[in-house]
Design a protein around this ligand. Structure first.
Ligand code: G6P
Length: 614
């Protein structure tokens, strides 16, 4: 986790580092710091100014504003603590014994204890408790007059995950970046260069981005960026053009990024379909162009993800089974990676990851690939690790998502999975032309239907305020409504810190119902589906235990009138569309509860958007 940024160019570095750190804050926000190589005055030797804060980026910015270092080379960091508490000493950048080498790091150095012991024995001193601190000391130990060579030698000794930005005050025109199992990009501007954890940080400055590969090092000088391996072999850099614009990464008048991003859902899901769906329901993905014959041969689909993406995977599982008739299973990637794999080269592994950088999901992907499975990443980030490491990619094109709790991208994932299911179903002949046309029609009107739910925000605010007095919630659903219930509960607990759990309607009686009383409300997903009547029976069972019920029902369905405490009517549409519409309603409900409780909606405590450690 953690966000890192580096700058080398002909402008003042500090304001750029400050602004970029604000943009990176969603990656972690428990402490922050910058190091700027100050321009020498009157022939003085160069000096590096380090400013740190043991709180969020805003407090660092306040410090910098009152004492702004002046220089053209600098690095910055916003931290999500893994080793050592979020204190001033543990905040990055870290330095060597002589205060010459400065490093910011995202990731975990797994063999840091061993390296630290070795370096301590050689006389190095470590004021912090971090794993990162071994990096500048290891570089120092390997330094023989060539900073880049020392970096390479040091990195060869490091095991684990790192994205690093580094400089030495002895080399005032050299900024170095390196990555292994953690994302890092190099932004290429006009006479200026950036190193950043991700593109979001640097879109105001440049749209030309060099994506660093695993185990590669970028040496950035005023002449450009050179990429090489740890052995010093030069690599032809991969440069991509990013089409996000700056306003997409700002709040645009909304109180929070989360609210703005929920409101961007109509556009996001339209983008997920754009150019991929014919009137006849034939699907083409530009970056996942597999012949029908190969698709026909698939005998299993494994959908891998974490958090919200795992819930999207669960919906994918239902839809793939139903529409394609293929065995499909959604798996928690962090569990999957340690299980004995049972599938082989006729499987398709679908990795679902907004960021494309979730460590557990990436390892699970690598395992699936090692078994010979065909792989496709469904991701929002172009050239992210998941996209690069898979055989193909289905890009969401949802624009940046800044709120830590995923919202619009969940629904973009669903649309993408629906398209994938239609593609597989067409390839194996399991879906009629008529059904395909129905689905196309349902998908095309979906953005408008989402807009209609968003327009009912006031109704949702009222419900949220009414229910915000409760400290426990159960969410229940069946079929597609079950993962939707899990996602609704996850959203509420993530951002409001109110206890919420999700269950299938059937499972309710096998334990969870014991919790219910008049202080334990249930959000019941009872919209039209083949199991709707069963959900209605579940609601009766819940009401008999005095629990308040907020039921989502399809328009015109009167079966819960006078039974549920509150009924929220959804349009009577396709079940697959309802999964999206119900989710939007539950996202808004969670958002308004959290706002009412005064929580930090965009940056909930203890969480980070991109979880790049196991
Ligand atoms: C973190 C975020 C979640 C997200 C999950 C998976 O836990 O807080 O919102 O769903 O990571 O992220 P991914 O980028 O792989 O979809």
């Amino acid at each position: 986790m953690c966000g890192i940024i580096g700058y080398l160019g002909d402008r003042e570095a500090t304001p750029i580092l400050m602004e970029s750190l604000k943009r990176l804050e969603y990656r972690g926000y428990d402490s922050a710091g910058v190091a700027v190589l100050e321009l020498p005055k009157n022939g003085d030797p160069t000096r590096t100014s380090v400013t740190k804060s043991e709180a969020k980026v805003d407090t660092l910015i306040e410090k910098l504003e009152s004492n702004m270092p002046s220089g053209r080379l600098g690095i910055g960091h916003t931290r999500w603590a893994t080793h050592g508490k979020p204190t001033y000493i543990n905040a990055h950048p870290h330095t060597d014994c002589h205060g010459k080498i400065f490093v910011v790091h995202n990731g975990i150095i797994e063999n840091f204890a061993e390296l630290k012991a070795e370096l301590e024995a050689a006389g190095h001193e470590f004021p912090s408790e971090t794993d990162t601190e071994v990096v500048p000391h290891l570089i120092e130990a390997n330094y023989k007059g060539d900073f880049l060579a020392a970096v390479r030698a040091a990195l060869k000794r490091i095991k684990g995950a790192y994205a690093l930005a580094m400089f030495s005050s002895d080399d005032p025109e050299l900024l170095v970046g390196a990555r292994l199992n953690a994302p890092l990009v190099v932004g290429l501007g006009e006479k200026e260069y950036y190193i950043a954890s991700d593109i979001t940080a640097i879109i105001p400055y440049t749209k030309r981005v060099l994506v660093l590969g695993e185990g590669e090092v970028a040496a950035v000088t005023p002449l450009g960026a050179e990429v090489s391996t740890l052995d010093g072999v030069t690599i032809k850099p991969k440069i991509v053009h990013v089409d996000w614009d700056v306003t997409q990464a700002q709040k645009g008048g909304f109180a929070h990024f989360m609210l703005k991003e929920i409101h961007e859902t109509p556009e996001a899901i339209a983008n997920a379909m754009r150019g991929r769906l014919s009137d006849e329901g034939l699907i083409s993905f530009r970056e996942f162009d597999v012949p029908n014959e190969q698709l026909r041969n698939l005998n299993e689909v494994v959908l891998l993800g974490m958090g919200t993406s795992l819930h999207a995977a669960m919906i994918g599982e239902y839809v793939l089974e139903d529409w394609v008739g293929l065995p499909a299973r959604a798996a928690d990637a962090s569990e999957f990676r340690y299980r004995r794999p049972t599938f082989g080269d006729k499987a398709l592994s679908v990795v679902i990851t907004q960021s494309g950088e979730t460590a557990d999901t990436l390892v699970a992907l690598h395992q699936a690939k090692a078994r010979g499975a065909l792989s496709v990443a469904v991701t929002n980030v172009i050239a992210s690790s998941a996209a690069r490491d898979s055989d193909g990619a289905i890009y969401l094109h949802a624009g940046p998502e800044i709120g830590v709790a995923s919202t619009k991208t969940f629904n973009s994932h669903l649309v993408s999975l629906y398209l994938l299911a239609m593609q597989l179903a067409s390839a194996n002949g399991r879906i009629s032309l008529e059904r395909r046309r129905e689905l196309v029609q349902a998908l095309r009107v979906l953005p408008e239907q989402v807009r209609a739910i968003l327009a009912r925000d006031k109704e949702i605010v009222k419900l949220a305020h009414k229910y915000s007095k409760y400290r426990n919630f159960m969410y229940a659903g069946r079929g597609l409504g079950y993962p939707v219930a899990l996602e609704g509960a996850l959203k509420l607990k993530e951002i409001s810190y109110v206890h919420a759990e999700g269950t299938s309607g059937g499972e309710l009686k096998h334990g969870p119902i014991a919790l219910l009383d008049d202080q334990f409300p249930v959000v019941a997903v009872c919209t039209a589906s083949s199991t709707k009547d069963k959900m209605v029976s579940n609601v009766h069972e819940i009401v008999a235990r005095n629990a308040p019920v907020l039921a989502l029902v399809s328009e015109g369905d009167r079966s819960l009138d006078g039974v549920a405490t509150d009924v929220f009517e959804m349009p009577a549409v396709e079940e697959a569309s309802l999964a999206i519409l119900n989710t939007v309603m539950l996202q808004l409900f969670a958002y308004h509860v959290a706002v009412k409780l005064g929580q930090d909606v965009d940056q909930p405590r203890n969480l980070a958007k991109s979880v790049t450690v196991e």
